[in-house]
Design a protein around this ligand. Sequence first.
Ligand code: PLP
Length: 393
Amino acid sequence: MLSEKIRTLPESATLRASERAKELAAKGVKVLRFDIGEPGFDTPAHIVEAAYEAMRKGLTHYGSSRGLRELREAICQKFEEEYGADLDPDDNVIIAPGTKYAIYAILEAILNPGDEVLLLSPCWVSYEGITLLAGGKARFISSNRNFRPDVEALKEGMSKRVKAIIINSPNNPTGVIFDEREVKAIAEVAHDEGALLISDEIYEKIIFEGKHVCALRFMSPEEGCVVVNGFSKAFAMTGWRLGYVVGPKELIAGINKIMQQTVSCVPPFIQWAGYVALTSPKSEEAINEMVMELKRRRDILYEGLRSLKGLRLIKPKGAFYFFPEVEKPDISSVDLANYLLERYAIMVVPGKPFGGYDKHIRISYGAVGDVEIKEFLERLRKALEEIEGKSAS
Ligand SMILES: Cc1ncc(COP(=O)(O)O)c(C=O)c1O
C-alpha cells in the first residue's frame, strides 16, 4: 500500500527507542530515561494562562496561513534587538507547527529530485529523514574530533547539486556552540556556492558558557540565509508545536503555499501564547531558572562521567546533551544502547543516526533529577566495567 518513499523512510530513531522504554516501564521496569530530547520543566504559567485567555477571547478559528501578525512582528523585533537584523513580518517570517515541520516545509519548498542537502554532523537525527521525505539526498560532512565544524571538508563537499547546508548551534547532540569565525566561514561557503544556509537555532537560549551566534549576522535572508527556531526548548513548550522560519521572501511565499495546502494554519491561541512567551518580561526569569538548573545537572554529570573509564568526553557548553565516545568495547552504538536498556534499564540514544557516530551515545539530561543522575552514573559504571571485562576475556 505504501509508496516507495514512505516504505523506505526510516522511523525516527529517538521516537522508536522511546516506544521500547515505555514497553519496559509498562512491565514494571524502572527505566532511567536519559534519551528524552526535551526539557522536563512545566511550560511557564503566564504562557499557559495566555493560551486560555486567547481561547476565551475566541482565537479558536482558522487564522492566517502565515501566522498571527502580532507574533510575526514580535519575532522581527526579537531579531532586531538581539542580532540587529532588519526583517519584514510579511515577507521574511512564517509560523509553523514546530521547528521540525518548519524544516520539512523549507526542504519541500526548495528540493527537486536528486538535490542534495549537506548536514554538518554530528547532527540531529531528523535532518536526514526530513530530507528524504522532501525528496532530496542527505550527505554528512563530519566535524573534527572535538566536534568543531570542518569548513575545508564542507568546501570540498560542495557541488552543483547541493541546494542547502543545515547547521545547528548550540548543537544536538554535542552541546558545542559554533563561534563567530566558524559561522562566518560556513556562511561564506554557502554564499559563494549559491546554496541556502539553514541555521537551526532552537537551543539559542540554552547556553552555559559563551554566546550564541546567529547566522543572520553574516548573511541576509535575501542572500540565502534561513533561520529556524521554535518554542519547544527555551519555553518548555514541546507539546504545543510552535516554530517559525525567517528567510527570503520567495521561500516564505513557497512555504506559505505548503501551509495552505496542508495544515492551513497553526492554532491561533497557541500562536498567541507564543507571542506572550516572546514579549512578556516574566519569560526571561523562567528561562534563566531553567538554564541554571540545566547547568547544575550538566556539572554533576560531567564530573560523574569523567570519572568513568572508557568514555571520551567533551564538556557541552549549551543544549542539554552529552555525546561521549565509548572508547574500548568493540560494540556498535545500537547494540550498546540496546544492552544498556535491556540489562541496566538505562536509556540513551545510539550515536549512529546522528551521522554515523557508531562509537558514541547521546545522553540527555533535560528531563532527569538528581536521584536519577546518581543511579544512572552507577548503572553506567557497572555496565562499562562488565563490557570491558567481557571484551578482555
Ligand atoms: C536540533 C533540533 N531541531 C529541532 C527540534 C524540534 O523542535 P520542535 O519541537 O520545534 O519541532 C529538535 C528537537 O529535539 C532539535 O533537537
